[in-house]
Design a protein around this ligand. Structure first.
Ligand SMILES: NC(=O)c1ccc[n+]([C@@H]2O[C@H](COP(=O)([O-])OP(=O)(O)OC[C@H]3O[C@@H](n4cnc5c(N)ncnc54)[C@H](OP(=O)(O)O)[C@@H]3O)[C@@H](O)[C@H]2O)c1
Length: 306
């Protein structure tokens, strides 16, 4: 039995479906809709669809770790993709990605769960931006419980950091705003490739390295936002102009509430350090042929309303 915490999210829901499609049993955590006002503003997975595919639905909340106790019985592996990143207080990153992870891992350890797979993020560390620093705290808290765990640290998802950050701006015209003077090459990964990796890691079970925790960095293609915009112009045949705003100045190419989120994400992108080379070891080990940025752009621009 696989317990998926975050199954109503975009990534978590896709992993739940992939595990079910492999003939395995899935217990999917849902919360009453009233406690999640921002759920419908993003991409989200309908619990009814998961139930129809054979998932067992259970109710729990990471702010109350004891709500998981009975749901961990008979569970071999836990996947936690749940995050406060796209949720409203009290579901903050500190409450969910850090404290929630700590409580869930402690409960999993007590119940004898074999493997805890935690969705972390590339670039996390004690000095990382607030958006991902909670992942570092979550990893450390899980490590402290002694629970055998894998920390998956993917790069920026193309869907969010290209599809939303750049693509949403194109809906209002041909001007794209970036932030700051520096536009380093950044690592990206397609969300679908993260689904594939998480599915394979879960089905494989705990690594036999003998270590109680394993860290897995996952990035598949890199470019600066400026380069990506130039490729978008080439593929679409539409000339695009780039405007550079001082860090923190609100974007004007989209309306609220997207503008606030975009301003925040562009400031994070401006502070992202240049991408260092990473060995393609993870994709090879799991037989994944990753989607490139160019392929993502082709599909994104083909799907855009003309
Ligand atoms: N986007 C990127 O570039 C990027 C990069 C690196 C890592 N990541 C990580 O990848 C994951 C993305 O997952 P996703 O797309 O599935 O996220 P998502 O669509 O934002 O969904 C968030 C999930 O967390 C659940 N959740 C929030 N608060 C909860 C609580 N108190 N108790 C139980 N569940 C709670 C939500 O449940 P409700 O539906 O009930 O609210 C939902 O299932 C996140 O962990 C993110 O930090 C993303």
């Amino acid at each position: 039995m696989y317990l998926i915490v975050g199954a109503t999210g975009s990534l978590g829901g896709q992993v739940a479906k992939a595990i079910l499609a492999r003939g395995e049993r899935v217990r999917a955590v849902v919360r009453p809709e009233s406690s999640s006002p921002l759920r419908r503003t993003g991409r989200f997975t309908d619990p009814g669809e998961l139930r129809a595919l054979g998932a067992e639905l259970v109710e729990a909340d990471l702010k109350r770790p004891e709500s998981f106790d009975s749901h961990l019985v008979g569970v071999k592996s836990v996947l936690m993709t749940a995050s406060g990143t796209k949720r409203a207080p009290p579901d903050s990153t500190a409450a969910i990605d850090a404290n929630g992870a700590a409580g869930l891992a402690a409960a999993a350890k007590r119940e004898g769960v074999e493997h805890f797979v935690y969705m972390s993020a590339s670039g996390t560390g004690p000095d990382a931006p607030e958006l991902i620093r909670a992942k570092w705290e979550g990893e450390n808290a899980i490590r402290a419980t002694g629970q055998t765990a894998t920390f998956v640290r993917p790069a920026m998802f193309m869907q969010d950091w290209i599809g939303f950050v750049l693509g949403a701006q194109l809906q209002g015209g041909t001007r794209i705003q970036l932030m700051g003077e520096h536009d380093a090459a950044k690592w990206f990964v397609d969300e679908g490739d993260v689904v594939k990796l998480l599915t394979e890691i879960l089905l494989a079970g705990p690594p036999d390295s003998g270590e109680s925790t394993t860290v897995m960095e996952y990035a598949t293609d890199r470019a600066s936002h400026g380069e990506i915009i130039a490729r978008m112009a080439r593929i679409s045949g539409v000339p695009l102009t780039v405007e550079r705003l001082p860090i923190g100045q609100p974007v004007t190419t989209v309306a609220e509430p997207a503008a606030g989120a975009l301003t925040h994400l562009l400031a994070v992108a401006a502070a992202t350090p240049p991408a260092e080379s990473l060995p393609p070891e993870v994709t090879q080990r799991y037989g994944i042929r990753p989607r490139t940025i160019d392929d993502f752009l082709q599909r994104m621009l083909a799907a855009a309303p003309s």
